[in-house]
Ligand binder design. Structure first.
Ligand code: PMP
Length: 430
C-alpha cells in the first residue's frame, strides 16, 4: 500500500472521493466562529427570531398526541399532509403542483444530491452560474461531474452565454445533463433574474432539451414586497424545482423538497429510500404543525424586515467606508452581497489578515470550480446585528487598506492582474 502516513486508506477510496476535499480555508473558519469575530461568512439564518416558546408547545403537543407517528419510520416520499401544505407554501412563487409531485428531503441540499445521482454520470456536464452555490458545487464534484460556469450579470445568468455554453458542449460532443440556476436572491451573487430573463432561460433549456434545476430557498425573502415567480411556474415537465424551510422556518429541522415531473419523481423517491429510507418524521411533523398552528407568513414577513435592515446596514457602511474601485451587488432579498475588490487585491490571500482583524468573509474562489473569483468575496448579512455588520465592514476596510498598501510597496502603481487561484469549494461554507 502506498497510502499517506496520515490516511492508510488513501489508495482504497473510490475515484469519486477524490473530489471530496476540505477547503484550505476551513481551518480559518474555526477561528472565525469565535464570538469576538464578526462573521460575514456563513449563511446562517437568524433563527433567534423564531417564536421558540410557541414551537416548544407545539412540539410537546405533537409528541403527546402523535408521538407514535413522529418517532416512527415514515413514507419514503414524505408525509402526505406536509406535502399538501408545501403546495400552499409554493403558491406565492406561482408553483402549482399536486402533493404526489413532491419529494420531501433532508434540506434542499439532499434534493441536489438526489437529482445529481439520478441524472449524472462521471464526465457529464452541468452548467452553473459564475459564481455558484458552494454546496451544489460540492455535490456535483462528488459525482465527478464536469462543472462549467456560465456568465452572470446584475440580472443573473446571461441567456446569450448560456446558449453559447450549450453550443460549445454540443460541438465538443459533451452531454449537458442539467442547467443549475438560483434565480431569486442568488447565493452568492445576491442578484435576481427578472421575469423576461427567466422566460429566455427556460426557452433556451427547452430548445436544448436540457433539464433545468431551479434552486429556490430564498424566493419568499424579497425586501420589496414582490415575490418573483418561479421558472417552474411556466413549465412542469422541463424543470425540477427545489424548495426549503431552512430560511423561512428553521435550518436545524433539515426539511426541504423537490417538485419534479412524474417519472423523475419516482426515481428521486427510490434514490432517497436507498440513501435514508425516509426523511425524518419528527422534523416533518414539526414543520407541519408549525405551518398549521403558527402565522408562518407573518414570521416570513418579520424575517424579511429583519434581513432588509441588515442588508441596509451592510450597504450603507460599504458606501461610506469602502475605497474607490470596490464594487458590490445590491441584493433585493436573501442573505448575500458579492463584493469585488480594487485591482490586484486577492481576497483569498487577505483572509488570514481579516480574521486577525476580527472579521470573516468567504473568498470568491470558493464559488467557482476553476479558480476564478480571487478578486471577490461573499458578504452575508443574515446573522450579525446591524451594529455588528457596520463594525465588521469597518474592520474589513482596515484590512483592504493594508492590502492596498502592501500592493503599492511591492508593485508601485503598475496594474496587477491576479492569476486564477486554487479551486477550493468545500461544504463548510454554505
Ligand atoms: N441551495 C442554496 C442556494 C443554498 O444557499 C442552500 C443553503 N445555504 C441550500 C441550497 C441548502 O439548504 P438546505 O439544505 O438547508 O435546505
Amino acid at each position: 500500500m502506498t497510502g499517506s502516513r496520515l490516511d492508510p486508506w488513501i489508495d482504497a477510496y473510490a475515484a469519486r472521493a477524490m473530489g471530496m476535499t476540505a477547503s484550505e480555508i476551513r481551518a480559518l473558519f474555526a477561528v472565525a466562529s469565535r464570538p469576538e469575530v464578526v462573521s460575514l461568512a456563513g449563511g446562517m439564518p437568524y433563527v433567534d427570531a423564531l417564536p421558540m416558546d410557541a414551537i416548544a408547545s407545539s412540539v410537546a403537543h405533537l409528541l403527546t398526541t402523535r408521538g407514535h407517528v413522529a418517532m416512527q419510520y415514515g413514507n419514503g416520499q414524505g408525509d402526505q399532509s406536509l406535502r399538501e401544505q408545501i403546495c400552499e407554501v409554493m403558491a406565492p412563487v406561482g408553483v402549482q403542483a399536486h402533493p404526489d409531485d413532491i419529494v420531501v428531503t433532508a434540506g434542499s441540499q439532499m434534493a441536489l444530491d438526489l437529482v445529481t445521482r439520478v441524472f449524472c454520470d462521471p464526465g457529464d456536464v452541468v452548467l452553473v452560474e459564475a459564481p455558484s452555490y458552494v454546496g451544489a458545487l460540492g455535490v456535483f464534484r462528488s459525482y465527478q461531474v464536469d462543472v462549467q460556469h456560465v456568465a452572470m450579470d446584475e440580472q443573473g445568468l446571461v441567456p446569450e452565454a448560456l446558449s453559447e455554453a450549450l453550443a460549445a458542449c454540443r460541438e465538443a460532443g459533451k452531454r449537458v445533463k442539467l442547467i443549475y440556476t438560483i434565480p431569486s436572491y442568488h447565493n452568492p451573487a445576491g442578484v435576481t433574474q427578472g421575469a423576461e430573463r427567466r422566460a429566455q432561460i427556460l426557452t433556451i433549456a427547452q430548445n436544448a432539451g436540457v433539464l433545468l434545476l431551479e434552486d429556490d430557498p430564498y424566493g419568499l425573502l424579497g425586501f420589496d414586497g414582490e415575490v418573483p415567480q418561479a421558472i417552474r411556474s411556466h413549465d412542469s415537465e422541463g424543470v425540477v424545482y427545489l424548495g426549503s424551510f431552512s430560511k423561512t422556518i428553521a435550518a436545524g429541522l433539515r426539511v426541504g423538497w423537490a417538485v419534479a415531473p412524474h417519472a423523475v419523481r419516482e426515481k428521486l423517491v427510490l434514490a432517497s429510500e436507498a440513501a435514508i429510507l425516509c426523511p425524518s418524521n419528527f422534523s416533518q411533523l414539526t414543520v407541519s404543525e408549525y405551518l398549521r398552528t403558527q402565522p408562518w407568513m407573518d414570521q416570513v414577513k418579520a424575517f424579511r424586515e429583519l434581513y432588509r435592515e441588515r442588508r441596509d446596514a451592510l450597504l450603507t457602511t460599504m458606501e461610506q467606508q469602502f475605497p474607490a474601485g470596490t464594487t458590490w451587488t445590491v441584493p433585493s432579498g436573501g442573505f448575500y452581497s458579492w463584493v469585488t475588490l480594487p485591482d490586484g487585491i486577492d481576497a483569498t490571500a487577505m483572509l488570514p489578515r481579516a480574521v486577525a482583524a476580527l472579521v470573516a468573509y468567504v473568498p470568491g474562489t470558493g464559488f467557482y470550480v476553476d479558480g476564478q473569483g480571487r478578486d471577490s468575496m461573499r458578504l452575508s448579512y443574515c446573522y450579525p446585528t446591524p451594529e455588528r455588520i457596520a463594525e465588521g465592514v469597518r474592520r474589513l476596510l482596515a484590512t483592504v487598506i493594508e492590502a492596498e498598501l502592501d500592493l503599492i510597496q511591492t508593485f508601485g502603481n503598475a496594474p496587477v492582474h491576479l492569476p486564477p487561484g486554487p479551486a477550493t469549494p468545500g461544504p463548510d461554507l454554505a
